[in-house]
Ligand binder design. Structure first.
Ligand code: TTP
Ligand code: MN
Ligand code: MN
Ligand code: MN
Length: 370
């Protein structure tokens, strides 16, 4: 490992896939501030600056000690002038006026509120904001607004799905999905992916990856799982997307979150036990909580790529792809890895195979919280 000149500290890579980033963030004050700036840029459709702040925050998340002055950041990659100014202001004043201004900004607050609804992205939020709408109540009361099916469900279950999902709830959901998939045959494998696979203790949803032992035999799996959940009375919302996967398609050049596998975005009922102590409080209307669940089903020979892609974090995925392209001349996405020089797709059974093809040390899922 290389060192920074004049120090014994190991150099930090500009690529998140060459850093180990656990959930133990020693610079949370700084990374929270940088992420507010990134989010605000996203609302203003400034993609470049947004990525700059996200990369800066990601580098700081990988550090095993807390920075205590700007001097400590010398030699770190991905820290632009704007990020450095914010960091310095926080060290000198305790907070950044630029960040405080954004947090107090009506537009930022409103767009943040609107995008917290399932199915509402920055574009829609902006449209509603420009119409003068400022609260969720105002949107629901405005008859001239057409909500799509997903947004409709987003408002209907807002109270539940805006609350974080716990590990216990993710485990309970795991049992429900396993039970629902069991009738497809014994060969179905179901694994937790997304944030919970990275060791997060809370999530905005629960992500699962399912597959069957024989490629091409997975087609009916999700329709059957969804049908079973419906007959159990657990299905509150389902957006099913048929596979558009084409083996001859090149891995995409740019980072896109969306892939072409069979998948569904669900809202499911999770039965909650009425605990002794809670019964004395205000009477609860119901004994269930609505929880967001994502299911994806790749053909088994694409499993490792899909698992790697769905495990996140988004910043880690971005840098894996950027590293593959810029440092190795390869194209990586959720479907495969393509070697441009050799003009061939590289096979992989496990995530370890993919890291090995890229000449990268293996990074465990809980070290991908970039
Ligand atoms: P998310 O569930 O959005 O995020 P997360 O699980 O990391 O965190 P949270 O606790 O907020 O749920 O996405 C998980 C990963 O799935 C993310 O890296 C992006 C990836 N993904 C795809 O690769 N393709 C897709 O079509 C979708 C919807 C997600
Ligand atoms: Mn530590
Ligand atoms: Mn998730
Ligand atoms: Mn998800």
């Amino acid at each position: 490992q290389t060192s920074l000149p004049g120090t014994s500290l190991p150099a930090v890579s500009q690529y998140a896939c060459q850093r180990r980033t656990t959930l133990d963030n020693h610079n949370k004050l700084l990374t929270d501030a940088l992420e507010v700036l990134a989010e605000n840029c996203e609302f203003n459709d400034s993609k470049g600056p947004c990525l700059g702040f996200r990369r800066a925050a990601s580098v700081l998340k990988s550090l095993t000690t807390a920075l205590s002055c700007l001097q400590d950041a010398v030699g770190l990659p991905c820290l632009g002038d704007e990020s450095k100014n914010v960091i310095e202001e926080i060290f000198v004043c305790g907070s950044s006026s630029r960040v405080e201004d954004i947090l107090a900004d009506e537009r930022y607050q409103t767009l943040k509120l609107f995008t917290s609804v399932f199915g509402v992205g920055p574009k829609t939020a902006e449209k509603w904001y420009r119409r003068g709408l400022r609260s969720l109540e105002e949107i629901c009361a405005d008859s001239s607004i057409h909500l799509n099916r997903m947004q409709e469900a987003g408002f209907l279950y807002y109270e539940d799905i805006s609350k974080p999902v716990t590990v216990a709830e993710a485990k309970a959901m795991d049992c429900i999905i396993k039970e629902a998939a069991s009738c497809f045959g014994s060969g179905v494998t179901i694994n937790l992916t997304g944030g919970f696979r990275r060791g997060k203790t809370f999530g905005h949803d629960v992500d699962f990856i399912l597959t069957v032992p024989e490629p091409g035999k997975e087609d009916g799996l999700l329709p059957m799982v969804i049908g079973r959940l419906r007959s159990q009375g657990l299905l509150l919302f389902s957006d099913f997307q048929e596979s558009t996967f084409d083996l001859n398609k090149m891995p995409s050049h740019r980072f896109e979150a969306m892939d072409h596998f069979q998948k569904c975005f669900l809202i499911l009922k999770l039965r909650t036990a009425l605990e002794e102590g809670k019964q004395r409080g205000p009477t609860r209307r119901r004994d269930w909580k609505a929880v967001r669940v994502d299911l994806v089903v790749p053909p088994v020979d694409r499993y490792a790529f899909c698992l790697l892609g769905w495990s996140g974090s988004t910043q880690f995925e971005r840098d894996l792809r950027r590293f593959a392209r810029l440092e190795r001349g390869m194209l990586l996405d959720n479907h495969g890895l393509y070697d441009k020089a050799a003009n061939t797709f590289l096979p992989a059974k496990t995530e370890e195979d993919i890291f090995a093809h890229l000449g990268l040390d293996y990074i465990e899922p809980w070290q991908r919280n970039a």
